[in-house]
Design a protein around this ligand. Sequence first.
Ligand code: 5GP
Length: 201
Amino acid sequence: MEKGLLIVISGPSGAGKGTIYRNIIERTDIKRSVSVTTRKPRPGEIDGVDYFFRSEEEYQQMIAAGEFLETAEVYKNYYGTPKAPVFENLRNGNDVLFEVDVHGAKSIKKKYPEAIEIFIMTPDFDVLEKRLRGRGTETESSLKTRLGSAKRELSKYEMFDYIVLNDDAEEATARVLDIITAEKCRVKNNTDIIQKLLNQA
Ligand code: 5GP
C-alpha cells in the first residue's frame, strides 16, 4: 500500500500552474516528478531538471517498454510521466507533485483514483489571455489554440477534486498548500497513527 500522497496540479496553459508548482517544490519536501518530453528545451532549461528531453524515437521506445504512468500529446509534442520513480517515492512515504495538462490529469486519475487533483484557473479569460501574451512565447495562432483549449479543459471540471483561482500566485500557492495539509489530516491517511494510539490506550 502506497503511503505518500500523489498530488496533481493541472489547468489551462497560462493559468499559472507552473509558478505554483515551482513554489511548492521550493518550499516543501514534496518530491517532483520530472516528465519526459519531445519538445525542444527553452533557453535556460536543463535536461533531467526541467524535463528529460528526448527524441520522438526514444519516446516511442519508452512507450513500448511501458515506462509511462501517462502520456499525452500537448500542442504537437509528447509529454509523459515516468512510472517507476513515482511509485518508489509513494512507497517510501514521500508525497509526489505533478504538473500536467488536463488529459494527463484524467489518465492519472483513471490509473490511480487516490490522486488528489487540483485545477488551477485564472479568475476570468481576459487574465488568461493577458498572461499568455505576456509570456511572449506564443504566436497569434497558438494563442487562439490555447484559449480555445482552456474552455474545453474547464468543462472537464467534474473530474477534479479542487479548484484554485489564481489571481495572485502567492495566495494560490498558499491555498494549494492548505489543500495538501487537509488531505494529510484525513482519517484514511492516518490509520497507522490511530492504530498506534489505540494500542496505547
Ligand atoms: P510546456 O511545454 O509549456 O513546459 O508544457 C506544456 C504543457 O504540457 C503544460 O500544460 C504542462 O502542464 C504539460 N505537461 C508537462 N509535463 C507533462 C506530463 O508529464 N504529462 C502531461 N500529460 N502533460 C504534461
